[in-house]
Write a protein that binds this ligand. Structure first.
Ligand code: ATP
Ligand code: MG
Length: 314
């Protein structure tokens, strides 16, 4: 449905837009922005959104661990903290940013000034914490954000997007724009119901979305796969898509007791069962998703163009 718009004649719109009032012009302006052509071919990173329905399922733990492991596997990796408003990845990666997404979107800092190298390897585009304006982004901010994502993708093999919980427009858009979605859930029914809500919302807008399920904080081995089976069955029956299974991570007090500012467990205790589980998950992700590296994309298939296009439907 979304891609059909690309067949229209963009040249017809400006005259029509001129005859409309401010609201109409706004709508046409957005349509034209969405249709503006991007460069034909470009090299771009593979993008992976780390998402959940319910909050606190372990997205940031998973996103920071994957960022470190992919960096160590030789991939040029950047983690973008897209938690607009309650960002915390810098704390988990042991860095103190001087500027964040907030300064980037308001034009007070450049991408080069905001991106930081972390001691464990991957680069981080820090999100903003406690900034109300970012929690409800304007259309202009979204377009700017899409542009910055395109710039980050042009310079990496893998871009990980740690998205906020729930199904707000900015969260949905980030998932819609990514190549892959790692859906982090817990095995409890409340988390599975919220994870299903995400699958439903995203799949309705983009039927070729690819979800890879990670079940976190599992108490008993094997519960993760049972939870996944329920989730994929319901998604297949009601939305018509099957989900992939990445694996489970047991509930581990070493994770919850990790102090903020300490480096991730995969760095401090690489031999711990949880770190090895994350390594298996990174390997499985690559097996399912294909090589996690930069590749050539058509401009309209790039992350920036997808973000712009999908925002027209939210
Ligand atoms: N496997 C695990 N075992 C024990 N504790 C865990 C595990 N994974 C995550 N946690 C803990 O759960 C809490 C929430 O994790 P995290 O911040 O990664 O979740 P989140 O999904 O990013 O949350 P939010 O929705 O607020 O962004 C943290 O205290 C974290 O240390
Ligand atoms: Mg988080």
């Amino acid at each position: 449905m979304v891609d059909r718009l690309g067949d229209r004649q963009p040249g017809v719109a400006p005259a029509t837009a001129g005859a409309l009032g401010p609201r109409g012009r706004g709508l046409f302006g957005r349509l034209l922005d969405g249709l503006r052509s991007s460069p034909a071919q470009r090299a771009e990173a593979c993008s992976i959104a780390v998402a959940s329905g319910k909050g606190g399922t372990g997205k940031s733990f998973v996103a920071t661990s994957l960022a470190v492991l992919l960096h160590r596997a030789g991939r040029r990796t950047t983690l973008v903290d897209c938690d607009f408003g309650l960002a915390a990845d810098h704390l988990l990666l042991g860095v103190k940013p001087i500027a964040s997404l907030q300064q980037l979107l308001s034009g007070k800092a450049t991408l080069a000034q905001v991106l930081i190298e972390t001691p464990c390897g991957p680069r981080l585009l820090p999100g903003a914490s406690g900034v109300r304006k970012l929690a409800a982004m304007s259309d202009k901010d979204m377009l700017q954000f899409a542009h910055e994502l395109g710039a980050v993708a042009a310079d990496n093999d893998v871009v990980l997007l740690d998205v906020g919980a729930g199904i707000s427009p900015a969260v949905l858009l980030t998932m819609l724009a990514a190549d892959h979605i790692v859906l982090v859930t817990q095995p409890e029914i409340a988390a599975l119901v919220d994870a299903y809500a995400v699958v439903k919302c995203v799949a309705q807008l983009r039927s070729d979305s690819r979800f890879h399920v990670l079940v976190n904080r599992v108490q008993t081995k094997g519960r993760g796969e049972q939870a996944y089976q329920k989730l994929t069955e319901v998604s297949r029956q009601h939305v018509g898509i099957s989900l992939d299974y990445l694996g489970e991570v047991l509930d581990d007090p070493r994770v919850s007791q990790h102090r903020l500012g300490q480096l991730p467990l995969v760095v401090t205790e690489p031999g711990a069962a949880t770190s090895l589980a994350m390594l298996d998950i990174a390997t499985r992700l690559e097996q399912i998703a294909g090589p996690l590296q930069r590749r050539s994309v058509e401009g309209e298939a790039g992350i920036e163009a997808r973000f712009r296009r999908h925002r027209l439907f939210l």
